[in-house]
Write a protein that binds this ligand. Sequence first.
Ligand code: GDP
Length: 454
Amino acid sequence: MSGTIAALSTPPLSGAIGIIRLSGPEAFSAAAAIFRPSENVPFLSMPPRMLTTGDVILSGNLMDKVCALRLPAPNSYTGEDMVELHLHGSPPLLQSVLEALYASGAKPAAPGEFTRRALMHGKLSLSQAEAVIDLITAETRDSARNAAGQLDGRTGRVFQAVYERLANMLSHFYAVMDYPEEGLPESDLEELARQLELANRDLQKLLGTYEMGRVLREGIRCAIIGRPNVGKSSLLNAFAGEGRAIVSATPGTTRDIIEETVLLGGVKLRLCDSAGIRKKPDCPIETEGLARARTLAGEAELLFVVLDGSAPLGDDDRAVLDLARNRNCVILINKSDLTGVWERDSIEAAFLHIVPVSAKSGDGLDAVGSTLRHIYSSGAVYDGSILTNARQADAIRRTQEAIGHTSDALKQGITPDAVLAELESALSIVSELTGKRVSEDILERIFSQFCVGK
Ligand code: GDP
């Protein structure tokens, strides 16, 4: 984590602009070796943090006319001397410039190394660094907004407050340990119990949002079920077209289920269709359809039950509807472009979310999106207060456990040194959240998810 690093920070594709970043003690000298400011001023005299135009010269040849930013430490992303070169986005040009920078003493940056250096120099907390990767990989506006809130330190502030609460308690205990014969007065014990309760409450409030965070991150596993010919496959295709498939159809590796990830109403859905489920030999087609629906429904968090609105309900439709009772579901009355004969009253009496749609004309697909938003997002505020990170959720649970042990020890009147040991263990786990004491192994795991250049 020392020396000067350089990397392409934009995608390695042709584009209007390609940005190369440098960070470290030799950043200015390496950049000065290839960049000549237009005003003919020395590189080090370029005004800091202002775009300066100039030429990139490699082996005496003009390679590009660009802008450069000189960012002296500590006021840069990494906290080190940094340079940004805003070149034209030509992959061979960018590659030549990188090679020249490597020849002048910079080395290729490891994935996430810029952000890791920012963490090392205290420019970001660990949860903020994790928010950077969440923001880059966000697939919905909601998850991007939530990551931005975390980048702004929203979750980090909760962790820091809990850390400080526990650290204050710990110093109080140390003071008591210095005069063990005096013990802890009753009022102190009550106050300590209260502080533990408050720390636990703050953590629980955050952990309570984790399920919503999982939906944001992974999407909702949704099965499209219905008897044959109601239009399940047509609807899946329509949603994929409407919702702009963000992952192409992948035949499931288990049980041959087709899964397509789509955004509907800004909600990420992993839509599963049974198209790939193999037909069991000697199985009548109707039974087969229901068996498929049952398999899919069992594994889904949400069901899209498709009915053909142009035909009366049959026994097989009713059997599929039975699968959806008391489940999170939306009833899609398909073929709304045809004359409707569906039994509105009986279905409305049993289900809350019913949307007439037409896979053929596209009518009603927007309304399905609005219904999903209503189910999954009403009341949600994506300002960074939703916990999305599995590592953080795990550390919160472990901290709560340690806080529980500390409070038990307090209640049971165990000696201050025993309480102290429990409290120290709680504090050490919170340190994994704040990033104050985090193992190299965890850091490696976090930063290996980054791309090079970030
Ligand atoms: P699945 O067996 O449930 O997957 O049904 P399909 O998607 O294969 O559709 C069955 C038949 O219904 C096909 O002939 C489709 O063209 C037709 N179909 C599907 N959706 C609609 C719709 O919204 N309107 C009309 N008129 N026909 C549809």
